[in-house]
Design a protein around this ligand. Structure first.
Ligand SMILES: [Zn+2]
Length: 131
C-alpha cells in the first residue's frame, strides 16, 4: 500500500499526476495503456482515490475499446451525469463516494444490462480475491 499523506484520512490514497488528470480533471487515459485491460483474475475493482468497491470481475468483458469495460457496476457504487463536452452527448460516470471521474457509460454493452461502462484503468485499483 502507498503511504498516506499527513492529514489524509484512512483510505485516502495518494494519486499520481495521471490519476489526478483523469479523476479530478475529467481526463481520459490513452487507449490500450492500462494493464487492467488484460486483467482476467477474479476480484474487485475499487476506486483508486477512495477505495470504494465499484466493479466485480464477473461483469468485466473485452469490449475491444482499449479501456477496461464492464456491463454493470456494484449497486450504488457509481453515479452518472450527462456530459456534453467535445460536441457529444455522453453519460459521465463517477464514484458515488468521492465523486472522482471514472469514465463514461454507453448503451451498446452486452446482456443482461446492455450497458458498457468504459472506464479509465488509472481510476481503478484491482484487488484479486484471496485464494
Ligand atoms: Zn471514490
Amino acid at each position: 500500500m502507498e503511504q498516506d499523506k499527513p492529514g489524509c484520512g484512512a483510505g485516502c490514497a495518494v494519486l499520481t499526476p495521471e490519476q489526478v488528470r483523469v479523476m479530478r480533471e475529467h481526463g481520459t487515459e490513452r487507449p490500450g495503456s492500462s494493464p487492467l485491460n488484460d486483467e482476467k483474475r477474479a476480484g474487485l475493482y475499487r476506486c483508486a482515490a477512495c477505495g470504494t468497491p465499484l466493479f466485480r470481475s464477473e461483469t468485466k468483458y473485452e469490449s475491444g475499446s482499449g479501456w477496461p469495460s464492464y456491463f454493470d457496476a456494484l449497486p450504488g457504487a457509481v453515479e452518472t451525469t450527462v456530459d456534453t463536452s467535445h460536441g457529444m452527448v455522453r453519460v459521465e460516470v463517477h464514484c458515488a463516494s468521492c465523486k472522482g471521474h471514472l469514465g463514461h457509460v454507453f448503451p451498446d454493452g452486452p446482456r443482461p444490462t446492455g450497458q458498457r461502462y468504459c472506464m479509465n484503468g488509472v481510476a481503478l485499483d484491482f484487488v484479486p480475491d484471496t485464494q
